[in-house]
Design a protein around this ligand. Structure first.
Ligand SMILES: *[C@@H]1O[C@H](CO)[C@@H](O)[C@H](O)[C@H]1NC(C)=O
Ligand SMILES: *[C@@H]1O[C@H](CO)[C@@H](O)[C@H](O)[C@H]1NC(C)=O
Ligand SMILES: *[C@@H]1O[C@H](CO)[C@@H](O)[C@H](O)[C@H]1NC(C)=O
Ligand SMILES: *[C@@H]1O[C@H](CO)[C@@H](O)[C@H](O)[C@H]1NC(C)=O
Ligand SMILES: *[C@@H]1O[C@H](CO)[C@@H](O)[C@H](O)[C@H]1NC(C)=O
Ligand SMILES: *[C@@H]1O[C@H](CO)[C@@H](O)[C@H](O)[C@H]1NC(C)=O
Ligand SMILES: *[C@@H]1O[C@H](CO)[C@@H](O)[C@H](O)[C@H]1NC(C)=O
Ligand SMILES: *[C@@H]1O[C@H](CO)[C@@H](O)[C@H](O)[C@H]1NC(C)=O
Length: 603
């Protein structure tokens, strides 16, 4: 009996201590919140802290706290040190300042510490190097001063040490950690020589300091060895100079040649080349002419159905006489630019492999032709005959989002900023949401960045909608690219749905955020299966590394980037019924654009 009472009391003590630990974690989190604010920390204080945004528990203790880009500001209070089971702490991209508080010394389970992108100052405290479990330490883009402690070597599991863009001075200690894979101390005030053990790291990891030694220039003044030059060396230098000069000349010539050709290259899906549109292979001189003979022309014009007049009236005759230029081979056929006169151009899309009957085609085109919204590229007209199926669209001179994102990545490229990208996302979302709302069950079927065309003010117009149910994708289209956008449940390209559109749109958002082109995971293309890649990276707490480098320079909007990323991840859920409707996605992006514009105005 005594024994039972004894064990019961032990059990109660255990229970009490377990719940009081979570209570202590809770108290620490509440203290943190009231000290650094953050209007985004809408924690429901009457529910368990484990359900709060950014908090993750294991065995009734807080093990992860991730509050990236939450607008936290001010100095960290003495509080986080009470979360003694914490393994991951991420406070990156906030506006926190002051020193790292001393109670961090008690975070002995900490594995990942992400404090980059704040305004932390003072020295990097020595006690950080007593946290034996640390694997990733990112203190980059802060205001840390002082030197880098040699005690770094005590962290035997350390894999990442990012210290770039601080005010660290002195020399780099002899860091000999075999585990260290990622290392960066660039843009500090470090001097002296780079330790041998780090000489294998890339040059860019050391730039912006007064350092010397491998991989940078050698430390012993190279002037000494240069003072006595042999004749052979001089000859070598002269030859070298001549070679370099001619190389530069060749490069310049190449660059100039490319410049002149750049305009079309960046805009078009494929390099544009002048070509005549020859229909049904008849050997007639006219660009678009051919097919039925001239005596059947009245018949041809009957086959031409015009939905809405362009700023200029045109009929088939005009198209036939137009000078044409190949714009590119798309999924369902080749697109040509037909210039009706100097100012007016239209795009003529020639469908290959139309799989439906004439009646079905015409019925479907009636639906497609009725679609009219400012974020769509409307169908102006179509032409249907036995041999030819043509669609006529407005010409969009700025080309596609795909060309804008992936074309001309080298020097001279204008970076695509957050405002432009988020507005493109919003425009595309509105266009697609309109398609979904206009006709029951209507879906685009082929959402991808090369089908998002842009006006000169970078307004997004969705094109090519409704073609997936009319035609079979041609063999000349790039199937891998298409597959990269295709929802996992879609096995037949014609059996599409609105939820499959939402998936493709999610991939498009990921493409906008990461700058990476999606391809199917099974292909060995240079692209990636974006949803899977992003999910794996985000799970490993590398969110910042997901984003396009061009976006990372806009740190004040990281919060919104993370929000858009979350929307994209929701859209690319594996199961269709887990994906939100396009209308909901659109209003979320609207809200996000509104807040981020407001923030820019406030600044
Ligand atoms: C942290 O824990 C100590 C000791 O248990 C306690 O006195 C202190 O109030 C706690 N701090 C916070 C912010 O919860
Ligand atoms: C907060 O949590 C409690 C308990 O879980 C719940 O009843 C309440 O509705 C929640 N309040 C809000 C605003 O979500
Ligand atoms: C919490 O952490 C576990 C293990 O790391 C992970 O599987 C789970 O997805 C996390 N939950 C949340 C809400 O982040
Ligand atoms: C670490 O925790 C111990 C025991 O809870 C406590 O006495 C000590 O003050 C803490 N250290 C710091 C720096 O807060
Ligand atoms: C870093 O500190 C200096 C003064 O020491 C201050 O002028 C500067 O604004 C700080 N930088 C940041 C990012 O807080
Ligand atoms: C690192 O290890 C060395 C040698 O064991 C020890 O002298 C030093 O105090 C340690 N540094 C820290 C910060 O624990
Ligand atoms: C590095 O800079 C410090 C001052 O910041 C100076 O005292 C020291 O001599 C310098 N060391 C070398 C090797 O130049
Ligand atoms: C180091 O950081 C700088 C500045 O952010 C960056 O330009 C460079 O590419 C980085 N290098 C490595 C190897 O991480």
């Amino acid at each position: 009996m005594k024994l039972i009472i004894f064990s019961l009391s032990i059990l109660t003590i255990l229970l009490v201590s377990v719940s009081s630990d979570l209570a202590s974690d809770r108290a620490a989190l509440v203290a943190l919140r009231s000290a650094v604010g953050g209007r985004s920390l809408l924690w429901n204080l009457s529910s368990s802290p484990c359900s709060w945004t950014g908090v993750n528990c294991s065995q009734n203790r807080v093990v992860e706290l991730r509050l990236p880009g939450m607008g936290l500001s001010g100095q960290l209070p003495i509080a986080i040190g009470n979360l003694t089971q914490l393994q991951t702490l991420s406070l990156r991209f906030n506006a926190l300042s002051g020193p790292i508080p001393s109670d961090f010394a008690n975070l002995s389970s900490l594995r990942n510490l992400y404090l980059q992108g704040n305004a932390f100052s003072c020295e990097i405290p020595e006690f950080l190097f007593t946290l034996q479990n640390l694997i990733r330490l990112n203190l980059a883009n802060n205001n840390f001063t002082g030197s880098i402690s040699g005690s770094v070597n005590n962290l035997t599991r350390l894999g990442t040490l990012y210290l770039e863009n601080n005010k660290l001075s002195g020399s780099i200690p002899d860091i000999g950690l075999a585990s260290l894979v990622q290392f960066n101390v660039s843009f500090n005030q470090l001097n002296g020589s780079i330790p041998k053990a780090l000489s294998g790291k890339p040059r860019s990891a050391f730039q912006g300091n007064s350092l010397c030694g491998k991989p940078l220039v050698s430390c012993d003044g190279s002037k000494d060895s240069d003072s006595k030059l042999s004749g052979g060396a001089i000859a070598g230098i002269v030859i070298g100079c001549v070679l370099v000069a001619s190389l530069i000349l060749i490069l310049l010539i190449c660059l100039c040649a490319r410049r002149s050709g750049k305009k079309t290259e960046a805009r078009d899906i494929a390099p544009a080349k002048q070509a005549e549109i020859e229909i049904s292979g008849d050997n007639t001189s006219n660009g678009l002419s051919g097919g039925p003979k001239n005596d059947a022309k009245s018949n041809e014009n009957k086959n031409m159905v015009i939905f809405r007049k362009a700023s200029r009236v045109f009929d088939l005759d005009h198209l036939l006489k137009a000078s044409a230029e190949v714009l590119g081979k798309g999924t369902f056929g080749t697109a040509y630019k037909a210039s009706l006169d100097k100012r007016v151009a239209v795009v003529v899309k020639r469908l290959k492999d139309v799989t439906v009957s004439e009646k079905e085609f015409r019925a479907k085109m009636e639906v497609v032709g009725a679609m009219d919204h400012q974020n769509l590229v409307p169908v102006r007209a179509y032409y249907f005959s036995r041999d030819e199926k043509l669609l006529v669209y407005d010409y969009m001179p700025m080309g596609s989002l795909s060309a804008l994102l992936h074309g001309n990545r080298g020097a001279g490229r204008t970076p695509l900023n957050w405002d432009t990208r988020s507005n493109i996302a919003l425009g595309a979302a509105r266009g697609i949401a309109y398609l979904h709302s206009k006709a029951p069950g209507f879906s685009h079927g082929n959402i991808k960045s090369s089908n998002i065309l842009l006006t000169t003010s970078y307004e997004a117009h969705v094109s090519d909608f409704g073609l997936a149910q009319l035609a079979r994708p041609g063999p000349t289209s790039t199937p891998n690219r298409v597959d990269g956008y295709r929802a996992p449940e879609v096995t037949d390209a014609r059996k599409i749905s609105q939820k499959a559109d939402v998936y493709s749109f999610g991939v498009l958002l990921l493409e906008l955020l990461t700058g990476k082109a999606p391809t199917h995971a099974l292909t060995n293309d240079e692209g990636v299966d974006l949803p899977r890649w992003v999910q794996s990276v985000v799970r490993e707490e590398w969110t910042a590394e997901v984003f396009d480098l061009e976006l990372l320079r806009y740190q004040n909007v990281e919060e919104y980037m993370v929000q858009l990323l979350q929307i994209a991840i929701n859209c690319t859920a594996q199961y269709p019924d887990k994906r939100p409707a396009m209308e909901e996605v659109t209003s979320q992006i609207e809200e996000l654009c509104r807040s981020s514009n407001q923030k820019n105005i406030d600044k």
